[in-house]
Design a protein around this ligand. Structure first.
Ligand code: MSP
Length: 385
């Protein structure tokens, strides 16, 4: 088999929240994929990191009476420490406050601007700070609540630079014909209907707050901060040296994104359009998993129902916890987290089934072959008949 270079990515985590089971789930799936490909002999570059700019982080830092950078340093370290403790086999932990990333984001903006994909206009509509997402009024619930997270949105009317997303609709629809581009299939169909319902150009700068990457200085418009999602998505490329030395760009030819379903639109619509604008190839797959819930509600800091992954791993064992997360729900569906569920999986599958199998093998090998098992004989046994 051909050895390939493979790029596996988790989303980069917002630093307004401490890591919980939802984050651990995304990371453990990606880690499992990375380990799987390495076992097959492929050259894997596995990247995770933190998403540190934007209004949401600026507001969270202010609440803690810290500068955004101080605050981001603290929470980013918490993610990194947890992944280290969990033995996550990442090759790189990137941060959007790294100077090289910030320079790359400006360069990307410049490229798109020079290409004619960015123009200046005015945004009028609503903004959800929690999702860092724009919504036309018609999509809001009861005229003011975010259709994604249900929180109250803010009305924005401000000068903004726009990305010509509408120009990419046909090319996106063409790309969705690729069987494996978005997984699972049901999620892909949702993306296709979203695009078919009509794409508006995307506002990609904000004014009125400071915590982010400024647009290129030659545009003489210093009040504009680049939209945090453009900034964050570019991390996938800046981490490979895009718009700088390009030292790891060969990994981009086979890229796999693991994301939660809540951020699929950003990855399956905006991201490929940005890539098209930059003349780069599409990722091989964007795989969207479901949510961990507590009593049917998405686990999230704002609902106050998060479970600390460290506590679970300490109580039941790290391998048991990893097994549970991957085994409990089919990829793409939601799963309700409970102690009972994890105890059941550990007892019935790991202890009873696998444990029994192992002890029988050990017992039989003691009885019949003095513990010496020739793997070829075992294969003969399984392939007899
Ligand atoms: N910063 C953005 C991603 C930018 S990527 C260019 C972001 N960060 S996040 O910290 O809010 O979420 C990151 C990941 O955690 C997502 O994949 C999300 O789905 C996952 N989860 C957060 N809560 C979750 C659950 N309750 N259950 C499962 N995963 C969820 O979005």
């Amino acid at each position: 088999r051909r050895i390939m270079k493979k790029y596996i990515m988790t989303p980069i985590y917002y630093v307004n929240d401490v890591p919980h089971i939802g984050h651990a789930y995304t990371t453990i799936i990606a880690d499992t994929m990375a380990r799987f490909y390495r076992l097959q002999g492929h050259e894997v570059f596995f990247k995770t990191g933190t998403d540190e700019h934007g209004q949401k982080i600026e507001e969270a830092a202010a609440k803690h009476a810290q500068s955004p950078k101080q605050y981001a340093d603290g929470v980013s370290a918490k993610f990194k420490d947890l992944w280290d403790e969990f033995g996550i086999s990442y090759d790189m932990f990137s941060r959007t406050t790294d100077a090289a990333h910030e320079a790359a984001v400006q360069n990307v903006f410049r490229k798109m601007y020079e290409k004619g994909d960015i123009y200046k206009g005015e945004y009028e509509g609503n903004y959800c700070v929690s999702c860092e997402s724009f919504f036309p009024s018609a999509q809001l619930i009861d005229g003011e609540y975010c259709p994604d997270c249900g929180k109250k949105t803010k009305i924005l009317k401000e000068e903004s630079y726009f990305f010509r997303l509408s120009a990419y609709a046909d090319r996106l629809l063409k790309w969705y014909e690729d069987e494996k581009c978005i997984l699972p299939l049901g999620k892909k169909n949702e993306v296709i209907s979203f695009v078919k319902s009509g794409l508006k150009d995307l506002s990609i700068t904000r004014t009125g707050f400071d915590w982010g990457v400024k647009i290129p200085p030659e545009l003489n418009d210093p009040k504009h901060v680049i939209y945090v999602w453009l900034d964050a998505l570019m991390d996938y490329l800046s981490s490979l040296g895009f718009c700088a030395g390009g030292e790891r760009m060969e990994y981009w030819s086979d890229a796999l994104h693991i994301v939660g379903k809540d951020i699929l639109r950003f990855h399956a619509v905006y991201w490929p359009a940005f890539l098209m604008s930059l003349g780069l190839n599409m990722p091989r797959s964007i795989a969207a998993h479901g949510w961990w819930t507590r009593d049917g509600k998405k686990m999230s800091k704002s609902l106050g129902n998060v479970v600390d992954p460290r506590e679970v791993a300490n109580a039941y064992g790290l391998e048991q916890f990893r097994y549970f997360l991957l085994r409990e729900v089919p990829f793409g569906q939601d799963g309700d987290f409970s102690q009972k569920a994890i105890i059941n999986r550990v007892n019935s599958e790991l202890a009873n089934e696998l444990g029994n199998l192992l002890s029988r093998i050990v017992g039989m090998s003691a009885k019949y072959s003095d513990y010496a098992i020739n793997s070829k004989d075992v294969m003969k046994f399984f392939t007899a008949e």
